[in-house]
Design a protein around this ligand. Structure first.
Ligand SMILES: [Zn+2]
Length: 322
């Protein structure tokens, strides 16, 4: 079944960060502090020049030569939607809750999903994908081919993929996902797999000049070293911080290699796992990475990146209405 495009309200309220221009307060730690001061329960005040406020009545346009990424606030977990300027849609992970992902996709007006990537088999990445498979006709589902998960959620996910009749693709380092003009390069996992669930996360590298993005799943130090050794890491602009900011990922050496300007942390409030770890945040701060997190308020704190692959990219906070 395909959902009709949602016409629901979708407020954007943002401190706009443009490549090369620091967020208010300049220091990454202040970026979060600044965002935390936003009262998300109120309608954004368009007269406040520190915010851009606009109401979207239909699906927002994606620059025709570029792409848009929405890092959904799904609490503890990852759910990342990539929309290309030519209309292709790629969903990378789905968070833990199928109802939450359903809500996020519907309110954003997503009317089709061409492909899904399940970075690895943890529940906070694949649980919500059941909603995507239920709601949309998904052409291809990619995963890393790991059979080390014997959990009920993994079995349910795989049963849903089979029931959907999607093409199933196994991703290893060096593979490419191609959707129209858009392509993403797989830089992890290695082949053969390591057997470590997080370490075998699918890591995707894509973008254009001035907007290079790395989506890391829950890859940890071992995978970072392995990718560096394989020579597949490059200078990027935007990093989806691995494993929700756990202290087992995002080493100084990794940051020194990829040199991100912006870091997106997908993490739940009052986190039972202690994510993000203070030491990881310190490493990101020390590397000069402007951090954006999804746990600032009790409401939807999704984060959007938009680029036309010519002008500087824009990162902003997206408030849905609960
Ligand atoms: Zn995770």
């Amino acid at each position: 079944m395909t959902l009709p495009p949602a016409r629901a309200s979708w407020f954007l309220a943002a401190c706009v960060v443009v490549a090369g221009c620091a967020p208010s307060g300049a220091a990454p730690a202040d970026a979060k502090a600044s965002a935390a001061s936003v009262d998300a329960s109120a309608t954004p005040d368009a007269s406040d020049s520190s915010y851009v406020a606009r109401r979207i009545e239909a699906e927002p346009a994606v620059p025709v030569n570029g792409f848009r990424i929405v890092f959904f606030d799904v609490g503890q977990g990852d759910a990342i939607l990539v929309q290309t300027g030519t209309g292709e849609t790629l969903l990378v992970d789905g968070g833990k809750s199928d109802s939450l992902l359903h809500d996020r996709l519907q309110r954003l007006g997503v009317d089709h999903i061409d492909a899904i990537v399940a970075t690895h088999g943890d529940a906070d990445h694949i649980g919500g994908l059941l909603a995507a498979l239920e709601d949309y006709d998904v052409g291809t589902v990619y995963w890393n081919g790991s059979t080390d998960k014997d959990t009920s959620i993994f079995k349910a996910f795989f049963a849903a993929v089979v029931a959907e009749g999607s093409t199933v693709g196994v991703l290893k380092r060096g593979d490419r996902i191609e959707l129209g003009e858009f392509h993403a390069v797989v830089v992890n996992p290695r082949n053969p797999l390591t057997g470590d669930s997080n370490g075998d996360s699918v890591v995707l590298s894509f973008g254009c000049l001035g907007t290079k993005v790395l989506l890391t799943g829950d890859a940890e130090f071992g995978a970072e070293t392995d990718m560096a050794t394989a020579g597949v890491l490059e200078d990027i602009d935007v990093l989806k911080v691995a494993h929700h900011g756990a202290n087992s990922a995002t080493s100084d050496a990794f940051l020194a290699t990829i040199k991100p300007e912006v870091g997106i942390l997908s993490v739940g409030q009052k986190n039972a796992y202690g994510h993000p770890a203070a030491a990881t945040v310190d490493r990101l701060n020390h590397a000069g990475v402007a951090l954006w997190t999804t746990d600032v308020t009790d409401q939807d704190d999704s984060i959007e990146l938009v680029t036309d692959c010519g002008s500087p990219y824009v990162v902003r906070r997206v408030y849905g209405v609960r």
